[in-house]
Ligand binder design. Structure first.
Ligand SMILES: [Zn+2]
Ligand SMILES: [Zn+2]
Length: 247
């Protein structure tokens, strides 16, 4: 598998940073995990729209805003006969209003599927499973396995779901973990997001190989998150737009 980081920032995108998005490639198959604001500009058109599956971890705008760009692009390129396979879009059922709004987009060349904790998806050699996190809306951590290695993406979560996420991520090669907060600002232990230190604790307890922190506050320096997570887990880096990792 090849992982390309598309977006690392929340709640809004800026000149060099996009909202959350990750692109995993295995042979000819492309799997996009989240499509936050700005991530679509990291794709190559129309090539990447062919054989593309998109999983939206939850229906918060920083994680799905660009789905509308992908839908419309798929519609136009299909009309031009430059793509002939619809995009597969996987999304949570709730909030219903947003789910329905995405599915109702008629100018789109896509097929839609709902995800739950029991969902298993096979995309070529990739097997994808889900774990519900604790966040204000229905949210899933996502595990992608292929060739004996796995990538786990936590999406957004409270530390109250720690035990579940540790179990889900056990032994993963790569853990992409949200680290929205820094301990030094005195956030309560249970919040709707993780601190970098809590991300480090999850990595340590799940015994993963490598930790990638993401979901950064735009005004904060990325190295602050690494410094804090390193108190718990040494093999940690920050996610950066355009960075490619091969597994
Ligand atoms: Zn969220
Ligand atoms: Zn978010």
């Amino acid at each position: 598998m090849k992982l390309k980081i598309l977006g690392t920032q929340s709640p809004y995108n800026t000149k060099r940073h996009n909202c959350p998005g990750f692109l995993i490639q295995d042979e000819e198959n492309l799997l996009m995990l989240d499509c936050g604001s700005g991530t679509h500009r990291m794709l190559k058109y129309p090539k990447d729209l062919q054989n593309l599956s998109v999983i939206i971890s939850h229906l918060h705008r920083d994680h799905y805003n660009d789905i509308y760009n992908l839908q419309y692009a798929s519609f136009v390129f299909h009309n031009q006969k430059r793509i002939n396979i619809p995009i597969n879009i996987y999304l949570p059922q709730s909030p219903n209003r947003i789910n329905e709004d995405i599915r109702a987009e008629s100018n789109s060349f896509a097929e839609y599927y709902e995800i739950s904790e029991d969902t298993k998806i096979n995309i070529g050699n990739m097997e994808v499973t889900f774990c519900k996190t604790d966040h204000p809306v229905e949210t899933y951590a996502i595990k992608v396995m292929a060739g004996g290695k796995s990538i786990v993406y936590t999406s957004d979560t409270s530390f109250s779901a720690k035990e579940k996420i540790v179990e889900f991520a056990k032994g993963a090669y790569l853990l992409i973990c949200e680290a929205s907060l820094l301990e030094k600002y005195g956030f309560p232990e249970i919040n709707s997001h993780l601190t970098a230190r809590q991300a480090g604790i999850i990595a340590k307890e799940a015994k993963i190989q490598k930790l990638i922190l993401t979901h950064f506050w735009p005004e904060e320096k990325a190295k602050q998150y690494v410094k804090e997570a390193k108190k718990e887990f040494k093999k940690v880096i920050t996610a950066k737009e355009g960075k490619i990792l091969r597994l």
